[in-house]
Ligand binder design. Sequence first.
Ligand code: GUN
Length: 303
Amino acid sequence: MTAQLIDGTAIAQKVRNEVKEKVAKRIAEGKPQPGLATVLVGDRIDSATYVSMKQKACAELGMTSFHHPLPADVSQEELEDLIRKLNADPKVHGILVQLPLPAHLDEERVLSLISIEKDVDGFSPLNLGRLAQKGREPLFVPCTPYGCIYLLKEAGVQIAGANAVVLGRSNIVGMPAALLLIKENATVTVVHSKTKDIPAVLRNADIIIAAIGRAQMVRGDWIKPGAAVIDVGINGVPVLDANGNPVINEKTGKPKQKLVGDVNFEEAKEVAGFITPVPGGVGPMTIAMLMANTLRAAEIQDK
Ligand code: GUN
C-alpha cells in the first residue's frame, strides 16, 4: 500500500468534539441551545437511518432536535406550511429536509422556502448561488462536499492549482463539490454519464472526488500516482466466497452484503497518495459538518 489512509471517523470525531465544546460554552454563557429540525417524508429505510443518526448526533453534542416525520402522501401545502412554521420558530436554528422527496413533491420550492439563515444543508438557491459566485460566500456549505474538502485539508493536500476531477454532478454532492473546489482555486473537471473516455480524464487528476454511485467503478490504473482520492460512494454489494458465489446470511436467508465505494479500494490504495476508506471516510464527515453548520446557524441567529 502506497496511499496514506485519510481516517474520516477520527477527523469527524475531532470536529464533533470541537462543536460539543462550543455548544457547552454558549449554553454556559446563557445563549440558546442550538436546535435542528429534521423533516422526513415517507418511509425510505436509508433516509430514516440517516435522519436518526443526525438526531443522535444532536443529542451527543448537546443540541436539541425536533423530528417531523410526514406520511409519503403529504401534500405540497402541508409540507410548505411546516417549513414556514419552522422558519418562524426561534428554538429551531437549522432546518433539514431529508432528500430525496417523493416524486409528487416540488423539491426546489421546498428548499427555496427554507430561511437562508436556517439552511444548514446549504441547498437553498441563495446559498448555492453564493457558492457559485466569485467574491460571495454562502452562509452554509452543503455537508458532504464540505466534509470532502475538510478531509483534503486535514491530510495536507494542496488544492490551489491542482487538477481536480469530480465524478457525478448531483445537486447534493457533485455540483457543490465542484463549486467548492473552484472556490479553493483548483482547476475542476466534472465527469458524468456523457463524458468521453473517463479513465483518460481521471489519469490527469491530482484530486478525485468520486460521487457517481457506481460500485468500485474507478480502477487503480485510472489514478495518477500520488493523487488524493476521496470516495463518497456508499454501495451495497454481495459478499462472495472463494469460488465467487454469494455468501448467505444464516439468520435472514438472504445474500450477505457489504458496503463499497465508487473506487476499487484494493487497486487504488497501491497507486494513490491519499485515499478515504468506505466505510469510515466521507460518511462520518457529513454528519459532523451538519453539526458544525447547526452551531453556526445558532451563532448567526444570536446576532
Ligand atoms: N440525502 C442524501 N444526503 C443528504 C444530505 O446531505 N442532506 C439531505 N437533506 N438529504 C440528503
